[in-house]
Design a protein around this ligand. Structure first.
Ligand SMILES: Nc1ncnc2c1ncn2[C@@H]1O[C@H](COP(=O)(O)OP(=O)(O)OP(=O)(O)O)[C@@H](O)[C@H]1O
Ligand SMILES: [Mg+2]
Length: 290
């Protein structure tokens, strides 16, 4: 049975799609049967792996007019499949709103193919609306890509509250799989502080692999390629490869992977960043029922 991981952050442009594409690509390269589910009407994931975002896909599957196996397409990487999206998916937000089972559509749609894969990665839009709730209901764990900047911390509490709500209401098995720092710029002190303080509170739920800001990662989607095919030697590619190994080690056990760890420094005091992290810590405890 596949491990289903949903990428959630209501903040836009933090690296959800980039992480889903490149983590998925390296999982497939490591030999894992992987399905990428584009659950965002922007269809960035679809175009990022070479799809055109115009064909039939996840919306038609949700609406019952297309069997899920017929909607899934191959990509340029062996073992990496895609359930594509298109702008049509934005219609689902309106159509589902009055239905009691509105948050269960994606889970039902994927149920049939869960045994076919080792990993299913669901990319969500930048909101905590009905599409993201569908993603959370369908998943075993949430992965939160976090940009290393101050506003990222403000959004974190809201994500944790939403996860808690889903855990309490309908998906008790949902876990916080981890936080991945993205677009890290080691030259800025703020980035270092965010990494250090979030790591202090989330401890082993923070992935040790930190994704740096790397222009090759932003160029790759314009060629419809994961970075593993576009420029496998760049630092962005090597970071996502390391993240994939770290994820596999976490999920399946095995040796810990050497990854660039955040530089440990003592907190500088009760500044605003530190206070924010304390409130987040409280939210984590609540989300975990402690
Ligand atoms: N590590 C990185 N280095 C440089 N650019 C990056 C990196 N990660 C992502 N980007 C670029 O930043 C932009 C936003 O990334 P991405 O689309 O993955 O974020 P997102 O969270 O999925 O956005 P949205 O909320 O709109 O779905 C894109 O142009 C992407 O190419
Ligand atoms: Mg996206």
């Amino acid at each position: 049975m596949a491990r289903t991981i949903v990428f959630v952050n209501q903040k836009g442009g933090v690296g959800k799609t980039t992480t889903a594409i490149n983590l998925g690509a390296y999982l497939a390269i490591l030999g894992k049967r992987t399905l990428l589910v584009d659950f965002d009407p922007q269809a960035n994931l679809t175009s990022g792996v070479g799809g055109n975002g115009e064909g039939r896909g996840v919306y038609e599957v949700l609406s019952g007019s297309l069997p899920v196996r017929e909607a899934i397409i191959r990509t340029k990487i062996d073992r990496l499949a895609l359930l594509p999206s298109s702008i049509d998916l934005s219609g689902a937000t309106v159509e589902l709103v009055d239905r009691d089972d509105r948050n269960l559509y994606l889970k039902r749609a994927l149920a049939e193919v869960v045994p076919d894969y080792d990993y299913i990665l669901i990319d969500c839009p930048p909101s905590l609306g009905v599409l993201t709730l569908n993603g959370l209901m369908a998943a075993d764990e949430v992965l939160i890509p976090l940009q290393c900047e101050y506003f990222a911390l403000e959004g974190l509490s809201l994500i944790l509250k939403t996860i808690e709500l889903v855990q309490k209401s309908m998906n008790q098995r949902l876990k916080i799989g981890g936080i991945v720092f993205t677009m890290y710029d080691s030259r800025t002190k703020l980035a270092q502080d965010v990494v250090q303080q979030v790591s202090e509170y989330f401890k082993d739920r923070v992935f040790r692999t930190i994704i740096p800001r790397n222009v090759r990662l932003s160029e790759a989607p314009s060629h419809g390629l994961p970075v593993a095919l576009y420029d496998p030697n760049c630092i962005g590619a090597r970071s996502y490869e390391s993240l994939a190994k770290e994820l596999v080690a976490r999920v399946e056990g095995g040796p810990a992977v050497q990854a660039p760890a955040a530089k440990a420094k003592k907190p500088s005091g009760q500044g605003s960043l530190f206070a924010k992290a304390s409130r987040i810590d409280q939210d984590v405890r609540t989300a975990e029922g402690k």
